[in-house]
Ligand binder design. Sequence first.
Ligand code: ATP
Length: 318
Amino acid sequence: MTEVIIETDSLTRVFKRRRGLVRTELTAVDQLTLRIGAGESVGYIGANGAGKSTTIKMLVGILVPTGGSVRTCGRDPLRERRHLARQIGVVFGQRSQLWWDLPVRESFAILASIHALPAQVRRARTEELTEQLEMGDFLDTAVRQLSLGQRMRAEVAAALLHSPELVILDEPTIGLDVLSKQRLREFLIRERAEHGTTLLLTTHDMGDIERLCDRVLVVDHGRLAYDGTLPGLSQRVGARRVLVVDLAAPAPDLLDIDATTHLGSEAGGIRQRLAFDPEVATAATVLAAVAARAEVRDLSIEEPDIEDVVRRIYAGSR
Ligand SMILES: Nc1ncnc2c1ncn2[C@@H]1O[C@H](COP(=O)(O)OP(=O)(O)OP(=O)(O)O)[C@@H](O)[C@H]1O
């Protein structure tokens, strides 16, 4: 049986707000029940304000639930927060856990002593992380002088220095360039493969989910709206497919082909892209309709646009 790393049962958080004399209540997390097993890599996504951060805060013990229960790494996060801190690593993209004026290396040394890592373990782990995250060039630079990509790598290393069982990442790749994103993702994949680390991440970047996660949870108005694979999610939201046709000669935009949306034309209308909903039409019916208008030389079909899926989920904000 897989060890359960995160387990919540009807986890709920209600915020009380007061505007002048009016008091209102907002249920940020609403009866959330889920289990995440050891070694899983889970994407936790939802619109702004859906309740992701509130959930994470309850998982790590910095926010008190108003209902239900939560256990993280087999512990009660509120009562055993200090013990839990040794088992988890948390990266909040926007918030730093490094000492701004100190060289990266010194921040690592302080964190290592907070976690009471033996000197040998600390040295070996710092070396391993420095190599894998390619931090050698800036290990002796003050954190405030790092580029965003360098700082994020240092943040991730800081959170993983004590080899936690569970790593929670909140928007880990936000604002990073393509290469830095790629490095960070490769590192997380390797870390998981080598140490069996459980990953939970929130992100707006579908590339993160595609590359890193084998399970996706979608939260909507505090409720769990989906729990499954990424392809399953594409199906659920009816992600569009795109038929790309290359015509024999330039043609006007194919604007009124049944059940399609014209996405654009190139080369004077020789290449045209038409989106269709696989529940309503098939590539074959769309192609037949196009062929009735113009001679088709070549075609390709783009798979469900994952960015589109996520845009729709995030666009569903309150
Ligand atoms: N301390 C607080 N007091 C009152 N309301 C709060 C508090 N923290 C969060 N909320 C509200 O709870 C809801 C969920 O917020 P939360 O930060 O968990 O969403 P989120 O999914 O993380 O959003 P984002 O993607 O924007 O970070 C929001 O409506 C937010 O305004």
